[in-house]
Design a protein around this ligand. Structure first.
Ligand code: SF4
Length: 312
């Protein structure tokens, strides 16, 4: 399927030319690039998940926690066989814990051939429940066969107002909306995610636009309002990037309630996510573990074992 996207504003190494160069590198579905993986509980889909973070992302969100996943080839190169061997080690554990595999990033659909081949093997060979955590921006790359392989999409709708979306992500909103409509028509299940950033995404009209659009979709099982936090700031500093949200505090409880109520007013099922559990900060190792101090003991132990994510 041809790629149909609007140019990404030149911003922290995210030019259209660089994006196209990265996409052009993708050709062999047996080779992928990943940042890390970890075992997570409940935040990245139902049950305990083998959560894999592929590298490469065309967006440049101001609040990105994982700016070190933006570039495809900054990730570790891995063969399909080696990746599957790693997933297989945890397949029985996550299945017993009513979970499966979740693939995020970065933007996992940047490597859609590898992703599709991986999910097919996970489903057919290992019997795993599959989830994909995506901005939907590259949804035009997905075939219907790919959609059939995904049991659940975690779809980030980062704003409802196109101008706000562009300020937040440096890209256009419409590809995400088009992908959401397609998922709805195709019969896919979705959890819609909205990151609430005071002064950036919290305008009532912006939230209203996301909520009213989401309410038109079929298959949305829940909406998660994820409060902004500062966990990603250190990576921006490490990478020498210009972080714009230094002075932004997490949203006050009253603001979170107002936004949740906006979604609820459209009949949507809103699930609360505490800030420290909202999304995984893919620093891995001790720092990442410190961000998730409420995991069940068994999961925590597994995460400690996987803290060094290199597959060799
Ligand atoms: S928040 Fe997600 S979609 Fe946005 S730049 Fe970071 S990895 Fe990409």
């Amino acid at each position: 399927m041809p790629l149909s996207i609007t140019p990404v504003r030149e911003h922290h190494g995210g030019s259209r030319a660089e994006l196209e160069a990265e996409l052009a590198q993708e050709g062999d579905p047996e080779i992928g690039y990943y940042h890390s993986y970890e075992i997570t509980g409940t935040v990245n889909g139902p049950g305990v998940r083998f959560t894999l973070f592929l590298s490469g992302c065309p967006l440049r969100c101001q609040y990105c926690e994982n700016a070190d996943t933006w570039t495809l080839t900054n990730g570790r190169r891995v063969t399909m066989g080696r990746m599957l061997d790693e997933v297989a080690k945890y397949a029985e554990f996550v299945t017993t814990a009513h979970g499966g595999i979740t693939v995020g990033g970065g933007e996992p659909m940047l490597q859609i051939r590898f992703l599709e081949a991986l999910l097919r093997r996970c489903k057919e060979d290992l019997g795993l429940h599959t989830a994909v955590d995506t901005s939907g921006f590259l949804g035009a790359r997905a075939t219907d066969e790919f959609l059939d392989l995904v049991d659940l999409f975690l779809l980030d709708i980062k704003s409802g107002d196109p101008e706000t979306y562009r300020v937040v992500t440096s890209a256009d909103l419409e590809p995400t909306l088009a992908f959401a409509r397609r998922l709805s028509e195709h019969g896919n299940r979705m959890w819609v995610r909205f990151v609430l950033v005071p002064g950036l995404t919290d305008a009532p009209e912006n939230v209203e636009a996301v909520a009213s659009f989401t309410a038109t979709l079929s298959g949305v099982e829940r909406v998660e309002v994820l409060p902004f936090h500062q966990l990603g700031a250190a990576k921006w500093a490490e990478l020498g990037l210009d972080y714009q949200l230094t002075d932004v505090a997490p949203p006050a409880p009253q603001l979170v309630r107002r936004v949740e109520d906006q979604f609820r007013s459209h009949g949507l099922n809103v699930v609360w996510e505490r800030p420290e559990r909202g999304r995984s900060s893919r620093s891995t190792g001790a720092a990442a573990l410190a961000n998730h101090h409420e995991w069940p003991t068994a999961t925590h132990e597994v995460r400690q074992r996987t803290a060094a994510p290199t597959i060799s």
